[in-house]
Design a protein around this ligand. Structure first.
Ligand SMILES: NC(=O)c1ccc[n+]([C@@H]2O[C@H](COP(=O)([O-])OP(=O)(O)OC[C@H]3O[C@@H](n4cnc5c(N)ncnc54)[C@H](OP(=O)(O)O)[C@@H]3O)[C@@H](O)[C@H]2O)c1
Length: 287
């Protein structure tokens, strides 16, 4: 039996739908990840955990430590005590326990906890994912609507990006369940297109039907601006971690997904028709 933590989240919802389509029995973790009693009850009879619970969307370092790092540590401890044989974890490209960026540091710490657990694992280090209700493309377009007639380009928009469609990431997670050659591997996954942020933004706006004048802004301005704009929201549309990708490039081999999982990720242009719908201006005010 498979247990999915974070099943109600952006990735979790796609994953649960995919597992159901594939006829793979799985259940969603119910309750808080740090609660030992809940953990014990939820892990009873479980052989595989797909671990997606995380607090990055909230943009708070305290929560990263509490939910992501401590929560994962407790999950692993309890998994060791019960019969769990495999943990599959959604990490990020650039994860590093010594990173100066809190999210990447937390991801690196969780990776290390899982790698040292003695339980078989597969860690997928992904670039940022997009898809309907994402906090990436929808936010870029939503913000551009408000900043008419401009679209902001942090650092001139030169930073490389390699976004991955959430459905392709879910395909990698599902394959990880049954492929013995992925056991005890930490694998980078990303889309097939590497492009500068400025190019990506133009592509998104063109599909969404907006014209904006690119306005390059120095990174120095964004560091203080992001918390000022968004940190007072309980569910900020753009967390401070959003800006990390302008400092640590989220790029890897263009064919990494194909080499490890045997399929080519969808092209961005073919998978972003969801940006054409109305209401994206309000998207930045919603969770
Ligand atoms: N989205 C990406 O681009 C991306 C890329 C690479 C890796 N990841 C990682 O993949 C994981 C899932 O990402 P996502 O985009 O799906 O995030 P998300 O939409 O924010 O979902 C997070 C999930 O974690 C759950 N959660 C939060 N705090 C919890 C707690 N204390 N106890 C139990 N569950 C808790 C949430 O449940 P509630 O809503 O009930 O709190 C929700 O189901 C995260 O660890 C993220 O860092 C994401």
């Amino acid at each position: 039996m498979i247990l999915v933590t974070g099943a109600t989240g952006f990735i979790g919802r796609s994953l649960m739908a995919c597992l159901e389509r594939e006829g793979i029995a799985a259940r969603a973790y119910q309750g808080r990840i740090n609660d030992p009693l809940t953990l014990r009850q939820e892990l009873a009879g479980i052989t595989t955990v797909i671990h997606l619970a995380g607090s990055e969307a909230r943009g708070r370092n305290r929560l990263l430590n509490h939910v992501d790092v401590d929560g994962s540590e407790r999950l692993v401890e309890e998994a060791r005590r019960t019969n769990v044989q495999r943990i599959i974890f959604a990490s990020r490209l650039g994860a590093d326990p010594a990173s100066m960026h809190p999210l990447l540091r937390a991801k690196g710490q969780v990776e290390r906890i899982i790698q040292r657990s003695g339980i078989e694992y597969t860690i997928l280090r992904s670039s940022t994912l997009y898809g309907r209700t994402d906090r990436f493309f929808e936010i870029i377009v939503g913000l551009a609507i408000w900043t008419w007639p401009f679209v902001w380009l942090p650092g001139g928009g030169k930073m490389g990006m390699q976004p991955l469609w959430v459905e392709d990431f879910v395909r990698c997670l599902v394959q990880s369940l049954s492929r013995p050659n992925l056991i005890n591997k930490t694998i980078p996954v990303a889309g097939s297109e590497q492009l500068a942020y400025a190019t990506l933004v133009q592509q998104l706006l063109s599909v969404a039907g907006y014209r904006r004048i690119p306005l390059p802004l120095p990174m120095l301005l964004f560091r203080p601006l992001t918390p000022m704009l968004f940190n007072w929201w309980y569910w900020p549309a753009v967390s401070r971690y959003f800006m990390d990708r302008f400092f640590v490039p989220e790029v890897t081999d263009h064919d990494t997904t194909y080499r490890h999982f045997g399929f080519r990720p969808a092209r961005i242009r073919d998978t972003i028709s969801y940006l054409r719908r109305s209401g994206l201006a309000l998207r930045i005010f919603r969770r």
